[in-house]
Write a protein that binds this ligand. Structure first.
Ligand code: ACO
Length: 322
């Protein structure tokens, strides 16, 4: 089966936090962050709720697709969590859009958008008439311990969306998961039952073995891109654009070197967005789409990795007219 992307959208919160801003409360420096990650600034939800950015990205994607919320048959929201545990973020978006379709969240961390595309493809194999909104949203600023310099400098908030329906864009897709709590974990808040011993409860903040995730990420990008290009019957060199998860410039550079691909094939937004988790890939896709850089027939690979640990990649043959 296959699908086409008929519209994209995105949203970033207004507040921009530069590396220099972080030095006001963290023992870090602009030079350390830039040289280790390629990040200069990120957007943080201060004035906006998570729903606000999710909704803006969704409305942009629907307008770009030329369809109304009432035309939607499904809303899938890849996210680590919205403003509430329940309702799901997908249901909150559905209410604001005044759509009437089934809506649910999925959890695949930074790989969520590609997991969402694969799920949409499965739904479309059952009903080719469906129109599905995938809205990938993460506000990592809510999951960060802002006293931990080793993680606080890496992330930003954002939302990226796409409307998909039956079509011919998808050439190949591949997902993986390797359960691993040690490499990257965000513990759930444990509640306040009087029987729980507070000192034994983990804090609900992201903790990560940066070096382990780094090695995993480089291998994941290389293995997944080789796999999806082979499955699509094309060479890596045939790709017009590769949109990698924007976690760290050095990870992308290492993967490009290992794959013997020029860096100009990789589209980068990490410098001014940081790692926006599930939103990172669709934010870049929407930017390229709105700049008119995607032409019908172009071959685009998406590749991501994240908590779980999960990975995913796909090859798309773009069909949408600018
Ligand atoms: N500012 C200044 N110094 C710092 C900072 C900081 N923000 N953070 C760490 N340091 C220090 C460390 O304490 C350490 O000091 P020491 O040598 O005195 O012990 C030193 O810098 C080197 O630390 P390393 O961890 O070795 O730094 P490294 O070069 O490996 O970079 C980084 C760390 C950026 C986290 C890297 O490992 C990385 O990018 N890993 C992958 C992370 C990632 O992609 N995560 C997200 C993927 S999953 C998802 O998206 C949810």
């Amino acid at each position: 089966m296959s699908f086409s992307l008929i519209g994209t959208g995105s949203a970033l919160p207004k507040t921009i936090q530069t590396n220099s801003d972080l030095t006001a409360f963290l023992d870090t420096s602009h030079d350390w962050i830039l040289s280790r990650t390629g990040i200069e600034s990120r957007h943080i939800c201060i004035e906006e709720s998570i729903l606000d950015i999710a909704l803006t990205a969704s409305i942009n994607a629907l307008e770009n697709a030329g369809i109304e919320p009432k035309d939607l048959d499904l809303i899938i929201c890849p996210t680590l969590g919205g403003d509430t545990v329940t309702p799901s973020l997908a249901c909150l978006v559905q209410e604001k859009l005044e759509a009437t379709c089934p809506s649910f969240d999925i959890s695949a961390a930074c790989t969520g958008f590609i997991y969402g595309l694969d799920l949409a493809d499965a739904y479309l194999s059952r009903d080719r008439n469906m129109k599905i909104l995938i809205i990938a949203v993460d506000a990592m600023s809510k999951f960060i311990d802002w006293k931990d310099r080793s993680t606080a400098v890496l992330f930003g908030d954002g939302a990226g969306a796409a409307v998909v329906t039956a079509g011919t864009d998808l050439q190949s897709i591949h997902l993986t998961a390797v359960g691993n709590q040690h490499a990257l974990c965000i513990p759930w808040p444990k509640g306040n039952h009087p029987g729980l011993i507070e000192k034994d409860l983990p804090l609900p903040y992201l903790n990560m073995d940066g070096a382990e995730v780094y090695r995993f990420a480089v291998a994941a990008i290389c293995n997944d891109l080789r796999r999806v290009t082979r499955d699509a019957g094309i060479a890596l060199e045939d790709l017009d654009f590769i949109i990698p998860h924007q976690a760290n410039l050095r990870i992308i550079e290492s993967a490009a070197k290992r794959l013997k691909l020029p860096m100009n094939k990789f589209v980068l937004r990490v410098k001014n967005q940081g790692n926006t988790s599930a939103a990172s890939v669709p934010l870049v896709l929407d930017d390229l789409n709105r700049q008119g850089q995607l032409k019908p027939g172009m071959l685009i690979a998406l590749t991501a990795f994240g908590g779980g640990l999960t990975t995913g990649a796909c090859v798309l043959k773009w069909s949408k007219q600018a």
